[in-house]
Design a binder for this molecule. Structure first.
Ligand SMILES: *[C@@H]1O[C@H](CO)[C@@H](O)[C@H](O)[C@H]1NC(C)=O
Ligand SMILES: *[C@@H]1O[C@H](CO)[C@@H](O)[C@H](O)[C@H]1NC(C)=O
Ligand SMILES: *[C@@H]1O[C@H](CO)[C@@H](O)[C@H](O)[C@H]1NC(C)=O
Ligand SMILES: *[C@@H]1O[C@H](CO)[C@@H](O)[C@H](O)[C@H]1NC(C)=O
Ligand SMILES: *[C@@H]1O[C@H](CO)[C@@H](O)[C@H](O)[C@H]1NC(C)=O
Ligand SMILES: *[C@@H]1O[C@H](CO)[C@@H](O)[C@H](O)[C@H]1NC(C)=O
Ligand SMILES: *[C@@H]1O[C@H](CO)[C@@H](O)[C@H](O)[C@H]1NC(C)=O
Ligand SMILES: *[C@@H]1O[C@H](CO)[C@@H](O)[C@H](O)[C@H]1NC(C)=O
Length: 421
């Protein structure tokens, strides 16, 4: 009897206590320091006490996820979107968030960039950093301290650099754990690094910068890379043979540079390659036949280069591709008994010697059709030719118009002479 009262009174005390503890554990309040930091970064004063669970609002948004710590929960990931330009990323705010923050993202957030270097806890703790059209100008030095990142994205944001030609190498020199690196449209100049220390890198996007010089042979150090985008820079020299060592590549975009020379044969050893974009360079030689043997290939862009000879592909191969572009290669042509103008858009047909049929002289329409008929009449004839040659078609039209006018004038003159008689 006495025992049961003791147990029940004990449970009367313990149960509420336990309940209290579980409630605390389920919804411990956010660390007050960190809450202050979030407010400094633009969290509205009237938003709920727990921003960890707050759903991102429509306009300016601070969204956070938090751990389940006790007595206080702490912010592990933070995204600032569409913030006002009076926001600033203060050293104090970063200091408060540093112990727990693993991911930090800014998007459309024209806040003033951090002035001091990142606090040490942030530098070692942060795994993911992303800055898209944000922070006005992001100091490259600040970035370079984030040594433990696995993901780094800087897009549509100019980097404030020292202008050193090895700037990129300096920024990533301590980031051994990177898996994804994007520095795109960031006004980055200088050369590509000769040494990479990121064995786990799979995505590298440096598009839309002002990177110059050759693509180093040492690119082969990026053994596990699947996506490589170096488009819209000012890279020159040849595509290195070592590109063939990157056997996991699925996407290779080197378009809109000033690369020269031929497509290296080693490209044929990339079994997974799906997208090959070499458009808008100064590449030359013939288009290699082996491309047709690449089973995974879905997009092939060779436009605006200096390729010559005959397009070596069958209609069957081209029909398998989502994208095929080869226009803007003035010495390139296609065999009319193999391909039609619809698939070889913008490429001239070959004459019987395998050279492109020259743009037809405006007056000799009959001569042109004679030339075209050499490959066997598959009937896609003049309509195809006219859609193909946009500018020359206009020239032709104008010429015909002018000749008609001249003819009319002559006719009128003759008529007048006849009348006067
Ligand atoms: C950004 O904020 C403006 C108002 O400040 C709002 O009109 C706009 O819809 C917001 N954009 C997004 C993507 O949330
Ligand atoms: C990276 O993170 C690991 C694990 O958290 C830590 O031990 C290491 O010190 C960090 N490295 C740097 C350079 O901060
Ligand atoms: C690369 O990834 C593996 C597996 O995720 C991991 O064990 C290893 O530590 C990583 N290496 C580096 C340098 O981060
Ligand atoms: C890009 O960099 C150059 C110098 O390297 C500088 O003059 C220019 O102002 C930068 N542009 C932007 C938008 O920051
Ligand atoms: C490479 O980057 C550019 C610009 O950022 C983008 O337009 C293009 O789609 C990318 N290429 C591939 C193959 O994803
Ligand atoms: C090609 O690169 C130049 C700068 O190098 C850029 O201004 C232009 O927009 C790029 N073109 C395309 C189609 O991306
Ligand atoms: C291709 O261009 C390089 C110079 O960039 C030149 O040395 C080479 O002879 C050219 N090859 C062909 C087949 O035109
Ligand atoms: C075009 O292809 C046909 C059929 O394959 C072939 O007989 C002909 O020689 C080719 N034309 C040229 C100019 O190589």
């Amino acid at each position: 009897m006495g025992d049961t009262t003791a147990v029940s009174s004990l449970s009367r005390v313990l149960l509420p206590l336990l309940l209290h503890i579980t409630i605390l554990a389920a919804a411990a309040p956010l660390d007050p320091q960190q809450l202050l930091a979030l407010r400094a970064l633009g969290l509205g004063p009237h938003s709920r006490a727990d921003p960890c669970t707050a759903v991102a609002a429509a306009a300016a948004a601070v969204s956070a996820s938090c751990d389940a710590g006790a007595p206080f929960r702490r912010v592990t990931s933070l995204a600032l979107t569409n913030c006002s330009d009076t926001t600033s990323v203060s050293a104090a705010a970063l200091e408060a968030l540093a112990p727990s923050l693993r991911a930090l993202a800014f998007a459309d957030c024209p806040a003033a960039p951090p002035r001091a270097l990142p606090p040490e806890q942030l530098a070692s703790g942060l795994r993911s950093f992303s800055c898209t059209a944000s922070l006005r100008r992001l100091p490259a030095v600040w970035l370079s301290h984030l040594a433990n990142l696995t993901e780094l994205t800087v897009a549509n944001t100019p980097l404030a650099t020292s202008g050193s030609p090895t700037e990129l190498a300096v920024v990533v020199s301590h980031m051994d754990h990177l898996a994804r690196l994007t520095i795109s449209n960031a006004n980055l100049s200088g050369f590509l690094p000769h040494h990479w220390h990121c064995p786990n890198l799979t995505h590298l996007d440096l598009s839309g910068n002002r990177i110059t010089g050759a693509i180093p042979d040492t690119l082969t150090l990026l053994a596990g890379i699947t996506h490589l985008n170096l488009s819209s820079n000012v890279l020159n020299g040849p595509i290195p043979n070592s590109i063939g060592d990157l056997i996991s590549l699925t996407t290779l975009d080197l378009s809109n540079n000033t690369l020269s020379g031929a497509i290296p044969e080693t490209v044929s050893t990339l079994p997974e390659l799906e997208v090959l974009d070499l458009g808008s360079n100064h590449l030359n030689g013939s288009i290699p036949m082996f491309l047709a043997e690449m089973r995974s290939l879905r997009e092939l862009n060779l436009e605006n280069n200096d390729f010559d000879g005959m397009v070596p592909f069958s209609a069957k191969f081209l029909s398998r591709l989502r994208v095929f572009r080869a226009a803007g290669n003035s010495k390139l042509c296609y065999n009319r008994s193999v391909l039609s103008a619809e698939v070889a858009v913008g490429v001239a047909p070959c004459d019987k010697y395998g050279f492109p049929v020259l743009p037809p002289p405006a007056t000799a329409r009959s001569e042109r059709s004679a030339d075209y008929d050499d490959g066997g009449g598959d009937g896609e004839g003049d309509a195809g030719a006219d859609t193909r040659g946009g500018p020359s078609a206009t020239v032709l039209g104008v010429a015909i118009g002018l000749s008609c006018l001249a003819f009319l004038v002559i006719l009128l003159v003759c008529l007048c002479k006849v009348c006067r008689r």
